[in-house]
Design a protein around this ligand. Structure first.
Ligand code: SAH
Length: 371
Protein backbone atom coordinates (compact mmCIF):
# COMPACT_ATOMS: atom_id res chain seq x y z
CA UNK A 1 0.00 0.00 0.00
CA UNK A 2 1.24 3.46 -0.87
CA UNK A 3 2.59 5.05 2.35
CA UNK A 4 1.30 8.59 1.65
CA UNK A 5 -2.13 7.32 0.72
CA UNK A 6 -2.14 5.25 3.90
CA UNK A 7 -1.11 8.17 6.10
CA UNK A 8 -3.83 10.31 4.64
CA UNK A 9 -6.45 7.78 5.80
CA UNK A 10 -5.05 6.96 9.25
CA UNK A 11 -6.22 10.41 10.30
CA UNK A 12 -9.77 10.19 9.03
CA UNK A 13 -11.06 6.62 9.36
CA UNK A 14 -13.98 6.71 11.73
CA UNK A 15 -16.96 4.44 11.46
CA UNK A 16 -20.47 5.76 11.90
CA UNK A 17 -22.20 4.02 13.62
CA UNK A 18 -19.22 2.63 15.53
CA UNK A 19 -17.96 -0.68 14.21
CA UNK A 20 -19.18 -2.76 17.16
CA UNK A 21 -22.71 -1.44 16.61
CA UNK A 22 -22.48 -2.31 12.92
CA UNK A 23 -21.47 -5.86 13.89
CA UNK A 24 -24.42 -6.17 16.27
CA UNK A 25 -26.79 -4.72 13.69
CA UNK A 26 -25.49 -7.21 11.14
CA UNK A 27 -26.36 -10.06 13.54
CA UNK A 28 -29.75 -8.56 14.36
CA UNK A 29 -30.61 -8.24 10.66
CA UNK A 30 -29.63 -11.87 10.12
CA UNK A 31 -31.81 -12.94 13.06
CA UNK A 32 -34.72 -11.00 11.54
CA UNK A 33 -34.06 -12.79 8.26
CA UNK A 34 -33.79 -16.38 9.56
CA UNK A 35 -36.13 -15.99 12.57
CA UNK A 36 -34.42 -18.52 14.83
CA UNK A 37 -36.10 -19.43 18.13
CA UNK A 38 -32.96 -20.32 20.04
CA UNK A 39 -29.91 -18.10 19.81
CA UNK A 40 -26.55 -18.38 21.59
CA UNK A 41 -23.87 -15.68 21.70
CA UNK A 42 -20.45 -17.19 22.37
CA UNK A 43 -17.94 -14.80 23.95
CA UNK A 44 -20.85 -12.52 24.92
CA UNK A 45 -18.70 -10.28 27.18
CA UNK A 46 -20.91 -7.54 28.70
CA UNK A 47 -24.11 -8.91 27.09
CA UNK A 48 -24.70 -5.92 24.84
CA UNK A 49 -25.52 -8.01 21.78
CA UNK A 50 -27.79 -10.25 23.88
CA UNK A 51 -29.59 -7.15 25.13
CA UNK A 52 -30.23 -6.05 21.54
CA UNK A 53 -31.39 -9.51 20.55
CA UNK A 54 -33.94 -9.83 23.33
CA UNK A 55 -36.11 -7.40 21.32
CA UNK A 56 -36.25 -9.78 18.35
CA UNK A 57 -39.72 -11.24 18.75
CA UNK A 58 -38.85 -14.58 17.13
CA UNK A 59 -36.37 -15.50 19.88
CA UNK A 60 -37.65 -17.65 22.74
CA UNK A 61 -34.36 -18.87 24.15
CA UNK A 62 -31.33 -16.61 24.39
CA UNK A 63 -28.06 -17.74 25.93
CA UNK A 64 -24.65 -16.19 26.45
CA UNK A 65 -21.34 -17.86 27.16
CA UNK A 66 -18.10 -16.27 28.28
CA UNK A 67 -14.93 -17.45 29.96
CA UNK A 68 -14.87 -14.28 32.04
CA UNK A 69 -17.69 -14.26 34.63
CA UNK A 70 -16.95 -10.74 35.91
CA UNK A 71 -17.41 -9.10 32.48
CA UNK A 72 -20.74 -10.89 32.01
CA UNK A 73 -21.95 -9.87 35.46
CA UNK A 74 -21.25 -6.16 34.87
CA UNK A 75 -24.42 -5.54 32.90
CA UNK A 76 -26.36 -8.79 33.18
CA UNK A 77 -29.10 -6.95 35.09
CA UNK A 78 -30.04 -5.30 31.76
CA UNK A 79 -31.28 -8.73 30.66
CA UNK A 80 -33.87 -8.93 33.47
CA UNK A 81 -37.55 -8.29 32.76
CA UNK A 82 -38.78 -4.73 33.38
CA UNK A 83 -41.98 -3.77 35.26
CA UNK A 84 -43.66 -3.19 31.89
CA UNK A 85 -42.96 -6.82 30.96
CA UNK A 86 -45.07 -7.87 33.96
CA UNK A 87 -47.77 -5.26 33.30
CA UNK A 88 -48.11 -6.29 29.67
CA UNK A 89 -46.76 -9.83 29.29
CA UNK A 90 -45.67 -10.66 25.78
CA UNK A 91 -47.30 -13.36 23.67
CA UNK A 92 -43.97 -15.11 23.17
CA UNK A 93 -42.04 -16.85 25.92
CA UNK A 94 -38.46 -15.76 26.52
CA UNK A 95 -35.76 -17.26 28.72
CA UNK A 96 -32.35 -15.61 28.94
CA UNK A 97 -29.46 -17.55 30.45
CA UNK A 98 -25.78 -16.75 30.95
CA UNK A 99 -23.19 -19.48 31.30
CA UNK A 100 -19.65 -19.22 32.54
CA UNK A 101 -17.25 -21.52 30.70
CA UNK A 102 -15.01 -22.02 27.69
CA UNK A 103 -16.03 -22.67 24.12
CA UNK A 104 -13.28 -25.27 24.09
CA UNK A 105 -15.54 -27.49 26.27
CA UNK A 106 -18.79 -29.21 25.35
CA UNK A 107 -21.72 -28.75 27.68
CA UNK A 108 -25.23 -30.15 27.09
CA UNK A 109 -26.76 -26.73 27.81
CA UNK A 110 -25.35 -25.60 24.45
CA UNK A 111 -27.42 -28.11 22.47
CA UNK A 112 -30.54 -27.29 20.51
CA UNK A 113 -29.64 -23.78 19.31
CA UNK A 114 -30.68 -22.72 15.79
CA UNK A 115 -28.40 -19.71 15.51
CA UNK A 116 -24.97 -19.12 17.06
CA UNK A 117 -22.93 -15.93 16.98
CA UNK A 118 -19.21 -15.63 17.69
CA UNK A 119 -18.50 -11.91 17.35
CA UNK A 120 -14.84 -10.98 17.71
CA UNK A 121 -14.23 -14.19 19.67
CA UNK A 122 -11.89 -16.45 17.72
CA UNK A 123 -8.92 -14.05 17.80
CA UNK A 124 -9.06 -14.24 21.63
CA UNK A 125 -8.65 -18.03 21.64
CA UNK A 126 -5.42 -19.82 22.54
CA UNK A 127 -4.14 -22.18 19.86
CA UNK A 128 -5.49 -25.24 21.70
CA UNK A 129 -8.93 -23.60 22.11
CA UNK A 130 -9.08 -22.55 18.47
CA UNK A 131 -8.35 -26.15 17.48
CA UNK A 132 -11.34 -27.42 19.46
CA UNK A 133 -13.67 -24.60 18.38
CA UNK A 134 -14.95 -26.12 15.08
CA UNK A 135 -15.73 -29.47 16.70
CA UNK A 136 -17.65 -27.79 19.56
CA UNK A 137 -19.55 -25.24 17.44
CA UNK A 138 -20.12 -27.02 14.13
CA UNK A 139 -19.85 -30.66 15.27
CA UNK A 140 -21.48 -30.66 18.71
CA UNK A 141 -23.79 -27.61 18.80
CA UNK A 142 -24.48 -27.92 15.05
CA UNK A 143 -26.91 -25.01 14.73
CA UNK A 144 -28.40 -24.21 11.33
CA UNK A 145 -26.62 -20.80 11.22
CA UNK A 146 -23.25 -19.73 12.64
CA UNK A 147 -21.93 -16.18 12.33
CA UNK A 148 -18.24 -15.61 12.97
CA UNK A 149 -16.60 -12.19 12.86
CA UNK A 150 -12.92 -11.36 13.32
CA UNK A 151 -10.60 -8.42 12.49
CA UNK A 152 -9.22 -8.23 8.98
CA UNK A 153 -5.49 -7.60 9.45
CA UNK A 154 -5.22 -6.06 5.97
CA UNK A 155 -7.22 -3.11 7.27
CA UNK A 156 -4.92 -2.47 10.26
CA UNK A 157 -2.53 -0.05 8.50
CA UNK A 158 -5.52 2.24 8.00
CA UNK A 159 -6.36 2.30 11.70
CA UNK A 160 -4.58 4.91 13.79
CA UNK A 161 -2.43 3.55 16.64
CA UNK A 162 -2.60 -0.15 15.70
CA UNK A 163 0.92 -1.57 15.96
CA UNK A 164 0.62 -5.36 16.01
CA UNK A 165 -3.00 -6.20 16.90
CA UNK A 166 -6.12 -4.15 17.56
CA UNK A 167 -6.45 -5.42 21.13
CA UNK A 168 -3.77 -6.60 23.61
CA UNK A 169 -5.67 -9.85 24.27
CA UNK A 170 -5.73 -10.87 20.60
CA UNK A 171 -3.72 -14.02 19.97
CA UNK A 172 -3.68 -13.47 16.20
CA UNK A 173 -5.34 -11.42 13.50
CA UNK A 174 -5.93 -12.93 10.07
CA UNK A 175 -5.95 -11.46 6.61
CA UNK A 176 -8.84 -12.32 4.30
CA UNK A 177 -7.17 -15.35 2.76
CA UNK A 178 -6.27 -16.82 6.19
CA UNK A 179 -9.78 -16.40 7.59
CA UNK A 180 -11.42 -17.73 4.46
CA UNK A 181 -9.17 -20.76 4.29
CA UNK A 182 -9.85 -21.62 7.98
CA UNK A 183 -13.61 -21.07 7.53
CA UNK A 184 -13.83 -23.11 4.31
CA UNK A 185 -11.97 -26.02 5.97
CA UNK A 186 -14.35 -25.98 8.95
CA UNK A 187 -17.40 -25.69 6.68
CA UNK A 188 -16.24 -28.61 4.53
CA UNK A 189 -15.44 -30.79 7.51
CA UNK A 190 -18.85 -30.26 9.21
CA UNK A 191 -21.05 -30.01 6.11
CA UNK A 192 -21.79 -26.29 6.12
CA UNK A 193 -21.69 -23.71 3.35
CA UNK A 194 -20.06 -20.37 4.11
CA UNK A 195 -20.34 -16.91 2.62
CA UNK A 196 -18.01 -14.03 3.36
CA UNK A 197 -18.92 -10.45 3.96
CA UNK A 198 -18.12 -7.81 6.56
CA UNK A 199 -18.77 -4.42 8.09
CA UNK A 200 -16.65 -1.26 8.01
CA UNK A 201 -16.09 -0.34 4.37
CA UNK A 202 -12.59 0.56 3.19
CA UNK A 203 -12.08 4.05 1.78
CA UNK A 204 -12.87 4.57 -1.91
CA UNK A 205 -10.03 3.38 -4.07
CA UNK A 206 -8.81 0.87 -1.47
CA UNK A 207 -11.51 -1.78 -1.91
CA UNK A 208 -8.95 -4.58 -2.15
CA UNK A 209 -8.18 -4.09 1.56
CA UNK A 210 -11.60 -5.56 2.37
CA UNK A 211 -13.93 -4.83 5.29
CA UNK A 212 -12.47 -3.75 8.62
CA UNK A 213 -14.37 -6.62 10.28
CA UNK A 214 -14.57 -9.78 8.21
CA UNK A 215 -17.59 -12.01 8.70
CA UNK A 216 -18.35 -15.60 7.72
CA UNK A 217 -22.00 -16.70 7.65
CA UNK A 218 -22.20 -20.49 7.83
CA UNK A 219 -25.36 -22.35 6.88
CA UNK A 220 -25.75 -26.02 7.80
CA UNK A 221 -26.41 -28.15 4.74
CA UNK A 222 -28.19 -31.02 6.47
CA UNK A 223 -31.56 -30.67 8.21
CA UNK A 224 -31.27 -32.25 11.67
CA UNK A 225 -30.21 -30.41 14.79
CA UNK A 226 -27.13 -31.45 16.74
CA UNK A 227 -29.38 -32.80 19.47
CA UNK A 228 -31.14 -35.28 17.24
CA UNK A 229 -28.00 -36.63 15.60
CA UNK A 230 -25.95 -36.89 18.78
CA UNK A 231 -24.60 -40.41 18.56
CA UNK A 232 -22.49 -40.45 21.72
CA UNK A 233 -23.96 -39.91 25.14
CA UNK A 234 -24.16 -36.20 26.04
CA UNK A 235 -21.16 -34.85 27.93
CA UNK A 236 -21.22 -33.92 31.62
CA UNK A 237 -22.26 -30.35 32.43
CA UNK A 238 -19.16 -28.19 32.86
CA UNK A 239 -20.53 -24.66 32.54
CA UNK A 240 -21.80 -22.71 35.50
CA UNK A 241 -25.09 -20.84 35.05
CA UNK A 242 -24.60 -17.32 36.39
CA UNK A 243 -27.91 -15.76 35.33
CA UNK A 244 -31.37 -16.90 34.33
CA UNK A 245 -34.45 -14.79 33.60
CA UNK A 246 -37.81 -16.20 32.59
CA UNK A 247 -39.91 -13.42 31.08
CA UNK A 248 -43.62 -13.21 31.88
CA UNK A 249 -45.52 -14.54 28.91
CA UNK A 250 -49.11 -15.13 27.91
CA UNK A 251 -48.05 -18.71 27.20
CA UNK A 252 -47.98 -19.05 30.99
CA UNK A 253 -51.57 -19.72 32.18
CA UNK A 254 -51.33 -17.39 35.18
CA UNK A 255 -50.34 -14.35 33.09
CA UNK A 256 -52.89 -15.28 30.44
CA UNK A 257 -55.63 -15.48 33.06
CA UNK A 258 -54.74 -12.02 34.44
CA UNK A 259 -54.74 -10.53 30.94
CA UNK A 260 -58.06 -12.15 29.98
CA UNK A 261 -59.81 -11.15 33.24
CA UNK A 262 -58.60 -7.53 32.85
CA UNK A 263 -59.65 -7.39 29.22
CA UNK A 264 -63.08 -8.93 29.90
CA UNK A 265 -63.79 -6.48 32.73
CA UNK A 266 -62.53 -3.55 30.65
CA UNK A 267 -64.69 -4.55 27.66
CA UNK A 268 -67.75 -5.24 29.80
CA UNK A 269 -67.36 -1.89 31.62
CA UNK A 270 -67.16 -0.09 28.29
CA UNK A 271 -70.29 -1.79 27.02
CA UNK A 272 -72.09 -1.02 30.26
CA UNK A 273 -70.99 2.60 30.12
CA UNK A 274 -72.23 3.05 26.56
CA UNK A 275 -75.48 1.31 27.32
CA UNK A 276 -76.16 3.41 30.42
CA UNK A 277 -75.36 6.73 28.76
CA UNK A 278 -77.51 5.77 25.83
CA UNK A 279 -80.41 4.95 28.10
CA UNK A 280 -79.99 8.21 30.00
CA UNK A 281 -80.05 10.27 26.81
CA UNK A 282 -82.89 8.33 25.34
CA UNK A 283 -86.10 10.33 25.72
CA UNK A 284 -88.13 7.90 23.71
CA UNK A 285 -91.32 6.86 25.54
CA UNK A 286 -91.24 3.32 24.31
CA UNK A 287 -90.37 1.33 27.45
CA UNK A 288 -89.45 -1.73 25.39
CA UNK A 289 -86.87 0.18 23.31
CA UNK A 290 -85.64 2.07 26.33
CA UNK A 291 -84.23 -0.97 28.04
CA UNK A 292 -82.55 -2.34 24.91
CA UNK A 293 -79.19 -1.42 23.60
CA UNK A 294 -79.38 1.36 21.00
CA UNK A 295 -76.74 2.08 18.40
CA UNK A 296 -75.10 5.49 18.29
CA UNK A 297 -72.67 7.15 15.94
CA UNK A 298 -69.51 6.75 17.97
CA UNK A 299 -66.99 4.06 17.11
CA UNK A 300 -67.60 1.77 20.07
CA UNK A 301 -71.35 1.73 19.69
CA UNK A 302 -70.97 1.36 15.96
CA UNK A 303 -68.83 -1.69 16.53
CA UNK A 304 -71.34 -3.10 19.00
CA UNK A 305 -74.19 -2.50 16.60
CA UNK A 306 -72.43 -4.50 13.87
CA UNK A 307 -71.75 -7.19 16.37
CA UNK A 308 -75.24 -7.57 17.67
CA UNK A 309 -76.65 -9.69 14.92
CA UNK A 310 -78.97 -11.73 17.05
CA UNK A 311 -80.79 -10.94 20.24
CA UNK A 312 -78.75 -13.32 22.38
CA UNK A 313 -75.74 -11.05 21.91
CA UNK A 314 -77.46 -7.86 23.03
CA UNK A 315 -76.48 -6.40 26.35
CA UNK A 316 -79.54 -5.50 28.43
CA UNK A 317 -80.66 -4.02 31.71
CA UNK A 318 -82.64 -6.18 34.08
CA UNK A 319 -83.77 -4.48 37.28
CA UNK A 320 -80.67 -2.90 38.72
CA UNK A 321 -78.30 -5.17 36.80
CA UNK A 322 -76.60 -4.81 33.44
CA UNK A 323 -76.02 -8.13 31.70
CA UNK A 324 -73.40 -8.36 28.98
CA UNK A 325 -73.47 -11.74 27.24
CA UNK A 326 -70.10 -13.50 27.19
CA UNK A 327 -70.55 -14.25 23.48
CA UNK A 328 -70.57 -10.49 22.86
CA UNK A 329 -67.43 -9.98 24.91
CA UNK A 330 -65.79 -12.95 23.18
CA UNK A 331 -66.39 -11.37 19.78
CA UNK A 332 -64.17 -8.39 20.65
CA UNK A 333 -60.89 -8.94 18.77
CA UNK A 334 -58.53 -8.63 21.72
CA UNK A 335 -60.53 -11.00 23.95
CA UNK A 336 -60.93 -13.39 21.06
CA UNK A 337 -57.21 -13.42 20.26
CA UNK A 338 -56.22 -13.90 23.88
CA UNK A 339 -58.57 -16.84 24.51
CA UNK A 340 -58.80 -18.56 21.15
CA UNK A 341 -61.95 -20.48 22.08
CA UNK A 342 -65.14 -19.59 23.93
CA UNK A 343 -64.60 -22.56 26.28
CA UNK A 344 -61.18 -21.18 27.22
CA UNK A 345 -62.71 -17.76 27.96
CA UNK A 346 -65.27 -19.36 30.31
CA UNK A 347 -62.57 -21.41 32.03
CA UNK A 348 -60.21 -18.46 32.54
CA UNK A 349 -62.76 -16.05 34.00
CA UNK A 350 -64.62 -18.57 36.20
CA UNK A 351 -64.67 -17.24 39.77
CA UNK A 352 -62.81 -14.06 38.73
CA UNK A 353 -65.59 -12.04 37.06
CA UNK A 354 -69.21 -11.58 38.31
CA UNK A 355 -71.44 -13.77 36.12
CA UNK A 356 -75.17 -14.41 35.76
CA UNK A 357 -76.48 -17.56 37.44
CA UNK A 358 -76.30 -19.56 34.20
CA UNK A 359 -72.76 -18.24 33.57
CA UNK A 360 -73.67 -16.81 30.15
CA UNK A 361 -73.23 -13.10 30.90
CA UNK A 362 -71.10 -10.68 32.89
CA UNK A 363 -73.30 -8.90 35.40
CA UNK A 364 -72.70 -5.44 36.83
CA UNK A 365 -74.84 -3.45 39.21
CA UNK A 366 -76.23 -0.33 37.55
CA UNK A 367 -76.02 1.68 40.75
CA UNK A 368 -72.32 1.28 41.46
CA UNK A 369 -70.53 2.92 38.56
CA UNK A 370 -67.07 2.15 39.86
CA UNK A 371 -67.44 -1.41 41.06
N1 SAH B 1 -18.62 -10.63 21.47
C1 SAH B 1 -18.30 -9.47 22.24
C2 SAH B 1 -16.95 -9.55 22.96
C3 SAH B 1 -15.75 -9.79 22.16
S1 SAH B 1 -14.25 -9.88 23.13
C4 SAH B 1 -18.39 -8.24 21.38
O1 SAH B 1 -18.46 -8.35 20.17
O2 SAH B 1 -18.40 -7.14 21.91
C5 SAH B 1 -14.08 -11.62 23.29
C6 SAH B 1 -14.80 -12.23 24.45
O3 SAH B 1 -14.57 -13.64 24.38
C7 SAH B 1 -14.31 -11.78 25.83
O4 SAH B 1 -15.37 -11.38 26.62
C8 SAH B 1 -13.60 -13.02 26.38
O5 SAH B 1 -13.73 -13.11 27.79
C9 SAH B 1 -14.32 -14.15 25.68
N2 SAH B 1 -13.55 -15.40 25.57
C10 SAH B 1 -12.23 -15.53 25.39
N3 SAH B 1 -11.90 -16.83 25.36
C11 SAH B 1 -13.04 -17.54 25.50
C12 SAH B 1 -13.34 -18.92 25.55
N4 SAH B 1 -12.41 -19.85 25.45
N5 SAH B 1 -14.61 -19.29 25.72
C13 SAH B 1 -15.60 -18.36 25.84
N6 SAH B 1 -15.36 -17.05 25.81
C14 SAH B 1 -14.10 -16.63 25.64
Amino acid sequence: MDKDFREEFTEVIKFTPPLYKQRYQFVKDLVEKYKPKKVADLGCADCRLLWMLKFCSCIEVLAGLDICASVMKEKMHTLSPLPVDYLQPSERSLTVTLHHGSIAHKDPCMLGFDFVTCIELIEHLEESELKKFPEVVFGFMAPSIVVISTPNSEFNPLLPGVVLYRHPDHKFEWNQAQFQSWALDAAKCYDYSVEFTGVGHPPAGMENVGFCTQIGVFVRKYPQTGESVLSEKPPEAVYKTVFKAVYPSLKDEKYLQNAVVSEVIFTAQNIKHHLMSKLEKDDDDDPERKSRFQPSVDYFSDYLRKLVVDQTMEPFVSGNEVCIPLVTIFSFPKVNRLCGTFEKLCKLIAGKVPLSSDGSAVVFNTEHENE
